[in-house]
Design a protein around this ligand. Structure first.
Ligand code: 13P
Length: 366
């Protein structure tokens, strides 16, 4: 019987956490008949303490730069060659910063198995002249592969330590749930990174939980409306509808309200939003951005990313620019005031304090 080979494209904190879970699964005797034990992981080669990172990972089974202190498993093999990593894989897991994925899929085009399936863990989008392109859409188009996504509340280091998270690649400490709305899940994962910047701004300004909650609520509202405006299929799936009909005909008239927003109540929606707004990197860097301004020593997002994230990439600022380009082109800036206010602050058109009056900030002339 053929056995399936899994490859991980990416080696940051989340990629390493995910590959650790996959490797644990593939070491289990039940999986041995179905899967090849080894998981190849594509690693962007760099020097760490004078050694190649791939060599260090293959010797110590630890990514000392991006997820120090966590054993990935002896069946994870780091590989510096993208095509070599992917070419025989039946399951391709993409987990690199979103700005790098397009270059990678172009490079992989024609070098992956035609019957492979892809799973994207990457949260972000690309803007093309004809509109947005989500990572799953890019993978489908460039590689011709079926692509699902894994989104949810997943602060990488917490999961790597084995703390409970509700999401995919089932481990005893990691629950997964199928949501039949790939685009909705991916839009949630992408857009929440902008809301997390707003949460960081209010925290940096010294506001407490009430203000942060109000910002999260406003952000969720922008997320939900924009996801549906760009992708009208978002949570129109029949799945929730069928369950509802089976359970209770009385709630039939509530069906639209219950099903059309259901994706936003999954882990990929509200749970990921709360996790990122309270413990994520976007929030951390946005908070530091405000604190530096208030201390009279302003620092750019690039500087803060370099000094606080140790080589990891911030997604929210780039996503804000991408989303704002879409809003500008469509003439929708005022309709998504929280997104627009965050972008005005990032671009220096508004002070960070404007975030608490985000509707006015979005409406102010630039
Ligand atoms: P940050 O990039 O803000 O850390 O968010 C991580 C995340 O996506 C949590 O689910």
């Amino acid at each position: 019987l053929p056995r399936y080979r899994v490859a991980m494209i990416g080696s940051g904190a989340w990629a390493c956490t995910a590959v650790k879970m996959i490797a644990e699964n593939l070491r289990s005797p039940e999986k041995a008949a179905k899967f090849v034990r080894e998981v190849r992981m594509y690693v962007w080669e760099e020097e760490v303490d004078g050694r190649k990172l791939t060599e260090l990972i293959n010797e110590t089974h630890e990514n000392v730069k991006y997820l120090p202190g966590v054993q990935l498993g002896e069946n994870v093999v780091a590989c510096p060659d993208l095509i070599e990593t992917a070419k025989d894989a039946h399951v391709l897991v993409f987990c690199s910063p979103h700005q790098f994925i397009h270059r990678m899929v172009k490079q992989l085009s024609g070098h992956v198995r035609k019957d492979a399936i892809a799973v994207s863990l990457t949260k972000g989008m690309r803007v093309r002249p004809d509109g947005p392109q989500l990572i799953s859409e890019m993978i489908r188009k460039e590689l011709g592969l079926d692509c699902s996504v894994l989104m949810g509340a997943n602060i990488a280091a917490d999961i790597a330590r084995g703390e409970l998270s509700e999401d995919v690649f089932d481990r005893p400490y990691f629950y997964t749930q199928l949501v039949p709305d790939v685009v909705g899940a991916e839009m949630c994962g992408t857009l929440k990174n902008i809301v997390a910047l707003a949460a960081g701004f209010v925290e940096g300004l010294g506001y407490g939980p009430n203000t942060r909650a109000a910002i999260i609520r406003g952000g969720l509202d922008d997320m939900r409306r924009l996801a549906k405006a760009l992708y009208p299929t978002v949570r129109r799936a029949a799945w929730g509808y069928c369950r509802l009909r089976v359970y209770c005909i009385l709630v039939h008239f509530m069906r639209p309200a219950l099903t059309l927003d259901a994706t936003f109540f999954e882990s990929c929606g509200i749970a990921d939003l709360i996790a990122t707004c309270t413990g994520g990197r976007n929030r951390l860097v946005a908070k530091a951005f405000v604190e530096a301004q208030q201390a009279g020593q302003p620092r750019s997002f690039e500087e803060l990313e370099a000094s606080l994230l140790h080589g990891q990439k911030l997604q929210g600022v780039l996503t804000s620019q991408e989303v704002q380009e879409i809003l500008r082109r469509k003439g929708w800036e005022l309709e998504y005031p929280l997104f627009t206010a965050v972008n005005r602050i990032i671009c220096g058109h508004q002070p960070a304090s404007a975030i608490v009056h985000y509707k006015e900030a979005a409406a102010a002339p630039v």
